[in-house]
Write a protein that binds this ligand. Structure first.
Ligand code: MG
Length: 339
């Protein structure tokens, strides 16, 4: 198997601001594994708040030892990878799964034993801006599920303005911006706006503040579900958060690929937690890979390709908030403008 990596610079349709910072471009990496006349595609998203850059991801991929000649040894291959950025490991995992599907002639969801019977709809994410601009954007989008990015700077005004503009299902994501006391007051007040869930209100690390927040909210009769994103990267982080949060946000770029994403989903289920399948800002390669796990999840937040103006691939399709997952072998993605 021959692994190569290529820079993939994605231009965003609009500037994307979250509590960690703002960006107009993302510098991801495309991985290709060639084997027996077939090409498997994978993607690594460079997420600046995890300290990754396009250069560091490519350096990891270009420095990997030979992957051998048998893509079906996926467990051995992934276990033998040197420690490194989960996003770069995800690119290898995704490309190997794409190869599997192409060798067997089946789409990934079928390799996982899943059907595409009704999938949950996906949300569309609105970055942080002034409340008026955020509300105008929601009206213009006219989307049935909106995920709203918030920080600690008067988040209630943003949610109030958006709720006034739409009946859509609303989820919010604080990206770890609130203190426990702030989160308790804010989530209590925000519950009047009929939120579907609140994602990562507190800093990652110690689960105890999450336990405190959960107990305090319930004591006040606030039932808004809390989901952990930055706090739970892999299956190993799940058990410590059982009882502290209601759900887990699963992303291939945190787990290091599909194989560990499956383990994380099953571990969370074993602890009675809900699952939201999500993505970073990724092209159709990474997000289509994730979408093959969608039948296992309660909520989808797979809007990556919708945020990008120059997606080099075609993969999953959107009709409003409804996803259709490609049925071609492997990921089912194709390069739009082959080089
Ligand atoms: Mg999040």
């Amino acid at each position: 198997m021959k692994l190569t990596s290529h820079p993939m610079t994605l231009n965003l349709r609009t500037t994307f601001r979250v509590s960690h910072g703002a960006s107009d471009q993302r510098h991801n990496v495309l991985a290709q594994i060639e084997h027996d006349g077939l090409v498997g595609y994978g993607e690594a998203a460079a997420v600046f708040y995890y300290g990754d850059t396009q250069e560091s991801l490519m350096a990891y991929l270009n420095g990997l030892p030979d992957l051998g000649d048998d893509p079906f040894l996926l467990e051995d291959i992934l276990n033998s990878l040197p420690s490194g950025p989960p996003a770069a490991r995800a690119a290898v995992d995704i490309a190997l799964y794409d190869l599997w599907g192409k060798m067997i002639g089946q789409p990934l969801y079928r390799l996982f034993g899943l059907t595409l019977a009704p999938l949950p709809p996906t949300s569309f994410t609105i970055g942080i801006d002034t409340p008026d601009v955020m509300a105008a954007r929601v009206r213009e989008l006219n989307y049935p599920i909106i995920k709203v990015k918030l920080d600690a700077d008067d988040p209630e005004s943003a949610v109030a303005a958006i709720r006034k503009s739409t009946d859509a299902r609303l989820r919010v994501d604080a990206n770890a911006a609130w203190t426990p006391e702030q989160a308790l007051e804010l989530i209590t007040r925000l519950s009047q706006y009929d939120l579907e869930l609140v994602e990562q209100p507190l800093a990652p690390g110690d689960p105890k503040p999450y336990v405190w927040l959960h107990d305090q909210l319930r004591a006040r009769g606030v039932m808004t579900p809390i989901f952990a994103d930055e706090s739970i990267k892999t299956s190993r982080d799940v058990a410590a958060h059982a009882g502290a949060v209601d759900g887990v946000v699963v992303k291939l770029m945190k787990t290091g690929g599909l194989r560990e994403a499956l383990r994380t989903i099953h571990t969370a289920r074993a602890h009675g937690m809900k699952i939201m399948l999500s993505c970073m800002i990724e092209s159709s390669v990474g997000v289509t890979a994730a979408a093959h796990l969608a039948p296992l999840c309660d909520h989808l937040d797979l809007d990556g390709p919708l945020l990008i103006a120059n997606d080099p691939f075609r993969g999953l399709c959107y009709e409003g908030a409804e996803l259709s997952i490609p049925t071609a072998p492997g990921l089912g993605v194709s390069l739009l403008d082959p080089r």
